[in-house]
Ligand binder design. Sequence first.
Ligand code: ATP
Ligand code: MG
Length: 298
Amino acid sequence: TAPARDRLRIAIQKNGRLAEPARSLLTACGLSWRQSRDKLFCYGESLPVDLLLVRDDDIPGLIADGVCDFGIVGRNELDEQGAARRRIGLPDAYQALRGLNFGQCRLMLAVPEEWEWSGVEQLAGKRIATSYPAILADWLAARGVDAQVVELSGSVEIAPRLGTADLICDLVSSGATLAANQLKPVETLLESEAVLAGPVKTPDDARAGLMAMLLRRLDGVVKVRDSKLLMFRAAQDRVSELTRLLPDADPLVQLPDDGGHLRLQTMCHGALTWQRLEDLERAGAQGLMVLSVERSLA
Ligand code: ATP
Ligand code: MG
């Protein structure tokens, strides 16, 4: 077991898709750092929470080895390394503690556009290029499909054209990369997003309290980040129709009224487009106001 520590260490990606959103999420949780010169280690100033800036591939291992207490990494990377550990008989050493609602993508099978896709049986005897060999092997095994996994560390999408594989298993967000390589997605292996990863067992020193506090702050930011506080006035007989138009909102809360109309508010978790506000107005909402929510304590 790792020695006791009284400062928390969080690993995040140094450069790449998750680097900036991970940092800004932690900043929203009240953390700040003195930037070190080599920028690999950032010393925590507002709280005893330091940052380690690394390649995302290193994050699961840093948690497994007890070097870092938390990490922000794609579920895809965490699951792949977890599956790889299990395949060689190692115990689980980390877990995804929270989904963070950014970095969304899917791990998908994609085949040449001209293929007629009829199902997984079609994969028998085929070569599949991927950077996620353990997830793919587990997925194939679970379906009893005997295909060959070709591990590549990058540029997976050109493997079919190069003839090194028949199809691929790779991360997809918009699908533009697939289309540019004359591939089409056919099966989803994993829905991924950035997660907060932590150890299976919480350390029993000063870090435990810090970890609990950080988790609570994270929940207070992530849950409300994309929510809006909606306020308006309406006549009593309009309330049921307005409620119907807000299926993605909490139950309406009535505020002390200002004579005549009710004053109502609710937290809405879906997008409040202009179109929706205009629909609400037509249904009897007056003086609509949409407010961003920054943080909350449940
Ligand atoms: P590093 O240098 O840290 O190893 P990387 O090249 O492995 O970086 P990025 O391309 O920055 O990683 O992607 C980081 C994570 O972003 C992915 O593991 C995945 O969880 C997420 N992600 C979201 N959309 C995509 C996408 N379209 N392609 C690849 N990753 C995506
Ligand atoms: Mg990487």
